[in-house]
Design a binder for this molecule. Structure first.
Ligand SMILES: [Zn+2]
Length: 128
């Protein structure tokens, strides 16, 4: 299951068939289009936004990712860099802003993968 999740999230692939892209572009830093999603999978027909507001839940995933980033950088700072508080906070705020397009996409893909399981037979079923 984790292997499937990582594949789908890292390569922007449909969580059900792993064939078609979820976001219209693979460039996370194309700031005009990084948030544009396909409505459904062109291979298996999975509708990505199941209901209005479906991706509000991805904000919880985004929050968890950010907390993880805070903890990792805080531990690294405490034991390795020993910087001042204002330096640490500046670093964290700047990196969060820089990572925002990536975080947005990753959290939506993780959210989708939490509810849709990979099924390699999906493609066969739809072509019959
Ligand atoms: Zn699909």
């Amino acid at each position: 299951m984790l292997k499937s999740l990582f594949y789908s999230v890292l390569w922007n692939k449909c969580p059900q068939c792993h064939e078609a892209d979820v976001f219209t572009t693979n460039k996370a830093y194309d700031l005009k289009q990084f948030d544009k999603m396909n409505e459904s999978c062109s291979v298996c027909g999975l509708k990505y936004e199941k209901e209005p507001g479906y991706f509000f839940g991805a904000m919880y995933v985004s929050y968890a990712l950010m907390v993880g980033w805070f903890v990792i950088t805080w531990i690294a700072d405490s034991f390795i860099f020993h910087s001042e508080t204002w330096q640490y906070l500046t670093f964290v705020i700047i990196t969060i802003i820089l990572f925002m397009p990536l975080t947005f996409r990753i959290s939506r893909l993780i959210w989708l993968n939490l509810f849709v399981k990979y099924n390699k037979n999906t493609i066969v079923k739809t072509t019959n």
